[in-house]
Design a protein around this ligand. Structure first.
Ligand SMILES: [Zn+2]
Length: 201
């Protein structure tokens, strides 16, 4: 408890960040007040704008600035005609793959993986939208780029079954992605290799 209830509220609010506990939150709050007031205000404004406006692309479920509008990646005719769709767990995976310059096709973002214990099933992951895309678009290859975790594997098998039923070839990135690891922790070169050496499943 400090001498200011506003300061206490700042410290509490900052703890919403991952890995930030009371000690770090207090340090950040004092740092902003002592030295970075204008920068802190600018940051708060940008965060507010982002949280209020960033939406989910209805086509690939990646983040986009315009509500109900397709994102920039989906608007590319070259990507649309590529015939491939890469399935990832989170928007940050799309960013990681894009910075590796190893892939230039379509994406689909699940925003998680199958996890019945947390109430995350096919519906929450947008499998209806994905299945519709696989049926309606000229997709010839599904590339699974999910985390190499038990849940990621189960999710991959589920999607592979849907794709195979529609006679679409399914491959999976492999080399270099650590077991139990997240895609965002893999460097661009390793990720590029993973794409080049993807295997059919
Ligand atoms: Zn999109």
């Amino acid at each position: 408890m400090s001498s200011s209830s506003l300061l206490d509220s700042m410290v509490e609010a900052l703890q919403v960040m991952p890995g930030i506990g009371p000690v770090s939150a207090t340090r950040i709050a004092y740092y902003l007040l002592d030295r970075k007031r204008s920068e802190g205000l600018a940051m708060a404004k940008v965060i507010e704008q982002g949280l209020n406006n960033i939406s989910i692309c209805p086509h690939c479920r990646n983040y986009t600035d315009e509500k109900d509008q397709e994102c920039e990646l989906c608007s590319s005719a070259k990507r649309r005609n590529s015939g491939s769709i890469c399935i990832v767990e989170s928007p940050s995976d799309v960013m990681a793959i894009e910075s590796s310059s190893s892939y230039s096709g379509n994406y689909f973002v699940l925003h998680g993986h199958l996890s019945p214990i947390d109430g995350i099933g096919p519906e929450e992951l947008g499998f209806d939208v994905l299945t519709r895309r696989l049926k309606e678009e000229n997709i010839t290859e599904v590339i699974l780029a999910l985390g190499q975790t038990a849940e990621g594997e189960v999710t991959a098998s589920y999607i592979a079954a849907i794709a195979k039923k529609l006679n679409i070839s399914v491959s999976k990135i492999a080399t270099g992605v650590p077991v139990g690891g997240e895609l965002t922790s893999v460097d661009g070169n390793t990720l590029a290799l993973s794409f080049n050496f993807r295997r059919k499943i």
